[in-house]
Each structure stands twice: as structure tokens, then as C-alpha cells.
Design a protein around this ligand. Structure first.
Ligand SMILES: Cc1cc2nc3c(=O)[nH]c(=O)nc-3n(C[C@H](O)[C@H](O)[C@H](O)COP(=O)(O)O)c2cc1C
Length: 365
């Protein structure tokens, strides 16, 4: 009998040929000045079109939303045209691809910001982490708190990026609400000390995220809009006094949109799946009415089991997709999994990006 993991499924209006999703993976290989992807990206994503859905590397919605060297953008027509070549290639290869819409907030450096300005954040609190600039790893710069009057501009930037994503031929968009970036910074108490309508109680801290979802679902059918959250992850120096309550509120509110999927990083991003007392991913997952996409540390066995047991509709796999372009075929046939070279994860050229072979090719060498 075919394992449910390998059977087609719908994420809202997105029809996936299987339930294995390529998780978003920043690879820092776009043109740093134009934010455009290139031929390399066309090949890289085409090679991975066997995924039920590809979620692109995080892609900034505005120049201000950028926080690392050589990440791609989706705020100019030129960037959308460059992405169009990627989406065409993935579609020709039978795959589906959504773009992850990203604003880094305080996880940035003045050297990456327009006119060397300060990064923006809910509050003027440095995350105390590193980012990657032209000078290598550097401390994040002190951010400034967004003025109340600036918030509509941020929402408009998401809407503009969502429109360009349509021009670029994507199958949908994923709003990046995870990993300590702008939307997560607003949600969580450690980074949001505002005293206006966007700070204080969870209803206020969740306001920006919900306004962004509202705006993006006006541009796209909600069945083509996903959201990524990481309730319990400390990624990028983020913390919350009571993440369970915060995210129970957020997820209940999300149900009004009828989204394509909710994508959750279960535990610490790229780290432990263990939670503290009183924290439950299961409880959060069950509050969501739509398709549930699980991520973080899943191997083949865990993915098979979670989908078979009905604990997840989709499993997003990150790191293993780097060195195994044909990951779905390998899982399906239980073939060996190659290990990626971490020194080429971030930045560089084709090496460690487009030169990982498929299993068959590897065996024939
Ligand atoms: C090289 C690398 C780049 C990543 N870039 C992103 C990103 O752009 N957006 C995002 O939401 N998560 C990003 N992540 C987190 C992954 O999507 C994923 O949550 C994490 O690797 C855990 O999943 P895994 O155990 O299947 O790898 C990145 C992780 C790695 C290792």
C-alpha cells in the first residue's frame, strides 16, 4: 500500500503531488545590489521540483526588510521577472512553488539598509545576535521603534510583494511569521514593549500579523496563502512570557482566513523539539481548522508516521533537501540520504548549491 506521505494532497487551493514540502532555506546567492535570483536558482529549484510544494528561501518585501547579504527580494518588477524563470522551470518539472515573504525587522545591520539607516523593530531593543554582512558575521545594529504612522506602510509592502509574487508566477505565498523576524518580534513580549495599539496585550501584539494576513489574502485567494510560525523557538534572540497563550490566541484568529496551511516549526528552529512544561504543539495544532504543515527535525520515519497518524497533513523538510535534490524519491524508495556541506549553506556559487547529484546518478559514477 502506498504510504499516505507519498499521496497527493491539497493545501487549500494548492494541489501537491505528495505531502513532503521543501522548507524555506536561505542560501545567500542572489545579486546583492538588485536582489535578483539567477540561472543558478533556476537550476537549484528545478532540481527540487519533486517536493509536493517548494517554499522558497525567505525573500524580502522591501529594501528595509533585508537583513543578510545576498538574499533575494520581491519588491521590484525586475526581481519578479527573475523569479518568473524559477517558477516556470519548477512548473515545467511538475512541481509547485510558493515564495516566503520576509521582513527581518531588527535582525539587520545598517550596512544592509537603504542609506545606512537603522533597522526597524517594534521597540528599540537590540536582538543581541549576529547577522551576515559584506564584512562577515557582525552584531545586529541597534534598531529604532517603528512610528505608529509607519505601520500601514509595512502592511502595504506585504501587499505589494504579494502582487509581485503573482506576476512572478508563484502558486501562492507563505508569510514568514517565524524565527524572530519582524512579525514574530511584534507577537512576542521580549521584543515588543510598545504602549500603543500594537503592544501590550496579545490582541495588540497580534494586530500587525493579522493585518498582514488580511492584506495578503486580498491580493491572493486565501487558499493560496500560508503562514509560518515558531511559537517556542528562541531563534534570533526572541522570547515570550507565555507563548502557549500567545499562540492559542493567534491560531484561533487565523481560522477566519481559511488559509492554505499553517506551517509550524515545532521546538527550537534546527534544534531540540523538546518543549517546556505547559507548552504543547499538539494543542496549538488542534486549534487550527485548516491543513497543518509540521517542520523541525523530521526524518523519513517520523514523516511517514506523522502523516499516517493524521498528526500532520504535510511535513516540511529543510536541511536534507540541500544535499538531496531528489529527496522525495529517496524517501519513497528508502534510499541512502546524503549529508550537506555546512560550509556552503550560506553564500558562494554553484558549489554546494546545484551540484548535489540525484541518487541514480551518484550510483552510476
Ligand atoms: C541553511 C538554512 C537556511 C534557512 N533559511 C530559512 C528561511 O529562509 N526561512 C525560514 O523560515 N527558515 C529557514 N531555515 C529553517 C528551516 O526552514 C527549518 O525550519 C530548519 O532547518 C529545521 O528543519 P529541518 O530539521 O528539516 O532542517 C533555514 C535553515 C537552514 C539550515
Amino acid at each position: 500500500m502506498t504510504q499516505p506521505l507519498f499521496t497527493p494532497a491539497k493545501a487549500g487551493a494548492i494541489e501537491a503531488s505528495n505531502r513532503i514540502v521543501m522548507a524555506p532555506l536561505t542560501r545567500n546567492r542572489a545579486d546583492n545590489d538588485t536582489g535578483k535570483v539567477s540561472d543558478m536558482h533556476v537550476d537549484y529549484y528545478r532540481q527540487r521540483a519533486g517536493a509536493g510544494i517548494i517554499i522558497t528561501e525567505a525573500t524580502q518585501i522591501s529594501p528595509e526588510g533585508k537583513g543578510y547579504l545576498q538574499t533575494p527580494g520581491i519588491h521590484t518588477p525586475g526581481q519578479a521577472a527573475a523569479w518568473r524563470r524559477v517558477t516556470d522551470a519548477v512548473h515545467e518539472a511538475g512541481g509547485k512553488i510558493v515564495v516566503q515573504l520576509w521582513h527581518v525587522g531588527r535582525i539587520s545591520h545598517t550596512s544592509l539598509q537603504p542609506d545606512g539607516q537603522q533597522p526597524v523593530a517594534p521597540s528599540a531593543i537590540n536582538a543581541g545576535v549576529k547577522t551576515f554582512t559584506a564584512n562577515g558575521f557582525e552584531n545586529t545594529s541597534d534598531p529604532r521603534a517603528l512610528e505608529l504612522a509607519e505601520v500601514p506602510r509595512i502592511v502595504a509592502d506585504y501587499a505589494n510583494a504579494a502582487k509581485l509574487a503573482r506576476d512572478a508566477g508563484f502558486d501562492g505565498v507563505e508569510v514568514h511569521g517565524a524565527n524572530g523576524y519582524l512579525l514574530d518580534q511584534f507577537l512576542k513580549t521580549g521584543s515588543n514593549h510598545r504602549t500603543d495599539a500594537y503592544g501590550g496585550p496579545v490582541e495588540n501584539r497580534a494586530k500587525l500579523l493579522l493585518e498582514v494576513m488580511e492584506a495578503v489574502t486580498k491580493v491572493w485567494d486565501a487558499g493560496r496563502v500560508g503562514l509560518r510560525l515558531s511559537p517556542f523557538s528562541p531563534a534570533n534572540g526572541i522570547s515570550d512570557d507565555n507563548p502557549q497563550d500567545t499562540f492559542e490566541y493567534v491560531i484561533k484568529e487565523l481560522n477566519r482566513f481559511d488559509l492554505a496551511y499553517l506551517h509550524m516549526v515545532e521546538g527550537a528552529t534546527g534544534g531540540s523539539r523538546d518543549l517546556q512544561d505547559g507548552q504543547s504543539i499538539d494543542k496549538l495544532r488542534k486549534l487550527f481548522d485548516g491543513p497543518y504543515m509540521a517542520n523541525n527535525g523530521y526524518d523519513r520515519e517520523m514523516a511517514l508516521q506523522a502523516v499516517k497518524d493524521g498528526d500532520a497533513d504535510f511535513i516540511a523538510i529543510g536541511r536534507p533537501f540541500i544535499a538531496n535534490p531528489d529527496l522525495v524519491a529517496r524517501y519513497e524508495r528508502d534510499l541512502p540520504i546524503a549529508q550537506g556541506d555546512q560550509s556552503t549553506y550560506y553564500g558562494g556559487g554553484r558549489e554546494g548549491f546545484t551540484d548535489y547529484p540525484e541518487y541514480i546518478a551518484e550510483a552510476a559514477e
